[in-house]
Structures are given as structure tokens and as C-alpha cells.
Design a binder for this molecule. Structure first.
Ligand SMILES: *[C@@H]1O[C@H](CO)[C@@H](O)[C@H](O)[C@H]1NC(C)=O
Ligand SMILES: *[C@@H]1O[C@H](CO)[C@@H](O)[C@H](O)[C@H]1NC(C)=O
Length: 174
């Protein structure tokens, strides 16, 4: 019975692999660049540039890069960066794409008690409404987001910006 279950699961993986297109897109049919999604190589470049910028301050940072849906593409926790800031960096990056390119800090004023968006950080499984998360715009397309956490808000913003600029990309449309 156990053997049969193992065989069946092997068979289903086998047919899954065969259902995929034989081109190198693993069944998707286009590359991330075709879809205006940040590529793994671009995400690594952002991480490297942000990490270099953080090391120059110096402040150890958590650096997250997500695709336009908010899913993680690359992440680095620099040595001795706050473990508690890993989650914050990822949520800053997600926040920056889930509202079509509003920076995480762009929500801050409206999220204060008594303001119209009070409590918004409780939505979407958790957002972060202070600075350090920016959208990544390349050639006018929102290709992803970067979030940095571990320093002061202004240090986080500087480090995130350095990563985006290293791609020849921008943190806003204008
Ligand atoms: C698989 O990819 C090739 C090359 O992009 C394309 O010509 C072909 O139509 C695709 N086949 C299917 C079944 O999608
Ligand atoms: C870090 O990034 C900021 C923002 O892009 C930039 O102004 C600063 O010059 C960078 N620092 C270094 C050492 O590259």
C-alpha cells in the first residue's frame, strides 16, 4: 500500500513535468522580463547594491525584493541585522506593490489613529506603513518592490533607494 502510494506520487510528478512546455520557461510560457516582473538576476543586483550601501553607513540590514504580486524573489539578512526586522523588510516590500506603487511610508499619515486608513496594516496578512519600502519601476512598469529594515527609517529608505537606482530603475513613476 505504501509502495503503491509512492509509485502514484512519482507518476504524477512525472506527468506534471511532461505537461510543461519544453522551452525553458518551466510551463509559464514567458520570462519574468517579458511580464515586467523583476528577474532573479535583477533582484540579486538590488540586494548587492543595497548591502554595499548599508555596509558604508554602517548598519546591518535585512533586504527583501518581491515581484509585483508581493511574492519574495530575493532576500538577505546581513550579519547581525535584527532578526525581528526580517519580517518587517518583507512586509515593507509587499506594501509597496500591493497599492500599485505607493511607498510603505506613503501610507503613514493616513494610517494614524483618527485618520481614514487607520488599521490598514492589519489587512493583507500584515502591512508596514512606515518608510523603507519602495516600488521598483523599470521603463515605466512596476516590476516589483524592495523593503529594507534594520536601521532608522531614513537609513532604511536610503539603502532601499540605492538598490533600486543600481538597476537604472526608479522608486516612483515621475
Ligand atoms: C512551447 O513553447 C514553444 C516555444 O516558445 C512554442 O512554440 C510552443 O507553441 C509551446 N507549446 C505549447 C504546447 O504551449
Ligand atoms: C547610499 O544610497 C543613497 C541613496 O541612493 C546615496 O545618496 C548614498 O550616496 C549611497 N551611499 C554610498 C556610500 O554609496
Amino acid at each position: 500500500m505504501h509502495l503503491l502510494a509512492s509509485l502514484l506520487s512519482l507518476l504524477s510528478i512525472h506527468s506534471l513535468v511532461h505537461a510543461q512546455n519544453s522551452s525553458n520557461t518551466n510551463g509559464v510560457g514567458s520570462s519574468p522580463a517579458d511580464r515586467h516582473y523583476v528577474t532573479a538576476a535583477q533582484a540579486q543586483k538590488i540586494i548587492s547594491a543595497s548591502a554595499a550601501n548599508a555596509s558604508a553607513i554602517p548598519i546591518p540590514q535585512n533586504i527583501a525584493v518581491v515581484d509585483p504580486s508581493g511574492l519574495l524573489v530575493a532576500f538577505l539578512r546581513q550579519d547581525n541585522a535584527f532578526p525581528g526586522s526580517m519580517d518587517i523588510s518583507m512586509k515593507k516590500a509587499r506594501t509597496a506593490v500591493l497599492f500599485n506603487g505607493l511607498s510603505s511610508g506613503g501610507l503613514y499619515e493616513q494610517a494614524q489613529p483618527g485618520q481614514p486608513l487607520y488599521g490598514i496594516e492589519e489587512t493583507n496578512g500584515g502591512l508596514v506603513v512606515f518608510g523603507g519600502g519602495f516600488p521598483i519601476y523599470l521603463d515605466g512598469f512596476l516590476i516589483g518592490g524592495v523593503g529594507v529594515s534594520g536601521g532608522s527609517v531614513s537609513q532604511d529608505e536610503q539603502v532601499a533607494t540605492a538598490g533600486v537606482l543600481s538597476l537604472g530603475a526608479a522608486t516612483s513613476l515621475t
